[in-house]
Design a protein around this ligand. Structure first.
Ligand code: PLP
Length: 286
């Protein structure tokens, strides 16, 4: 079956889905995006993702390009046309096509909206969760506004490649004081020696992950002790467990950091329990 992409009001064959070379996303990374998990053909936590999209747009001084109701129709139609049961949905909004000039384009310039969807191999992902993944640490050299889900991801791209080059799945950014901020496309967590779940506050230095938010709810329901505070790489190395969260990986155990084992080198009980119960709490769309 051939894939279909939504591009500015039209559903096009994926291979012919294009935007102009002077799109500001292409020229300046002048845009924002969202990624949602798709489970059983339904979007997970769509409402929260659309609320974050609206926030990102506001922060980059862009209006919301279509009503949430219309957008929800497009998202569903993109899933339907691609027959995605388990997978992910990608949504990107840029400041549109205009003659290259750093300042905002003339009023009336239409934003560009692209939506794609693709299936993932759930069995493979579950297999990874069974064994856990390795991560490496890299200096956090990003700008200050990482709370905005912008498509300007070059530091994240370089960090991820550095992880891949070292046979790891993800890279955790570390700020100049030695504290872990987050992954290149995920939030970072540990379970302390005392058994508390620790993750950096979303007050700066990280993207406020939707999966992070829901995982905190699940942890609260499970009666786990939660500490929203910064942690160092040394603390992560000495932790009982480590894990990461993102819409595509849900809760993924981390079993190695920079080549050293975390705990006994196997996925921990807390991460496994959070993963197992996550979708009881996440909102499933119609
Ligand atoms: N942090 C960064 C830098 C990300 O890119 C992502 C997701 O892409 C996350 C955290 C996790 O966010 P979410 O749980 O909403 O997918």
């Amino acid at each position: 079956m051939s894939r279909v992409a939504y591009v500015n009001g039209r559903y096009l064959p994926h291979a012919r889905a294009e935007v102009h070379i002077e799109d500001r996303g292409y020229q300046f990374s002048d845009g924002v995006y969202e990624v949602c998990e798709v489970r059983g053909g339904r979007l997970v936590d769509e409402r929260k993702h659309l609320a974050r999209l609206e926030r990102s747009l506001t922060e980059i001084r862009m209006p919301v390009p279509m009503s949430p109701a219309a957008l929800r129709v497009v998202l569903r139609e993109t899933l339907r046309r691609n027959r995605v049961r388990d997978g992910l949905l990608y949504l990107q909004v840029t400041r549109g096509v205009a003659r290259r000039d750093h300042g905002f384009p003339p009023p009336g310039t239409k934003p560009s909206i692209v939506v794609t969807a693709r299936s993932i191999d759930r069995a493979k992902l579950e297999g990874q969760a069974e064994t856990g993944v390795a991560i490496v640490t890299v200096p956090d050299n990003r700008w200050e506004r990482v709370d905005i889900k912008t498509i300007a991801l070059l530091p994240n791209v370089l960090a991820r490649q550095s992880a891949r080059d070292q046979g790891a799945r993800e890279a955790w950014f570390v700020d100049r004081d030695g504290f872990v901020t987050e992954g290149s496309s995920s939030n970072a967590w540990i379970v302390s020696k005392a058994g508390a779940i620790v993750t950096r506050p979303a007050a700066g230095g990280i993207l406020k992950g939707i999966t992070r938010e829901v995982a905190l709810e699940v942890a609260t329901q499970q009666g786990l002790k939660i500490e929203e505070r910064k942690f160092t790489v040394a603390e992560a190395l000495a932790a009982r467990e480590a894990f990461l969260t993102s819409a595509t990986q849900v809760v993924m155990p981390v079993v190695r950091i920079d080549g050293s084992k975390v705990g006994d080198g196997r996925p921990g009980a807390v991460a496994r329990a959070l993963r197992a119960r996550f979708h009881d709490t996440a909102e499933l769309g119609p």
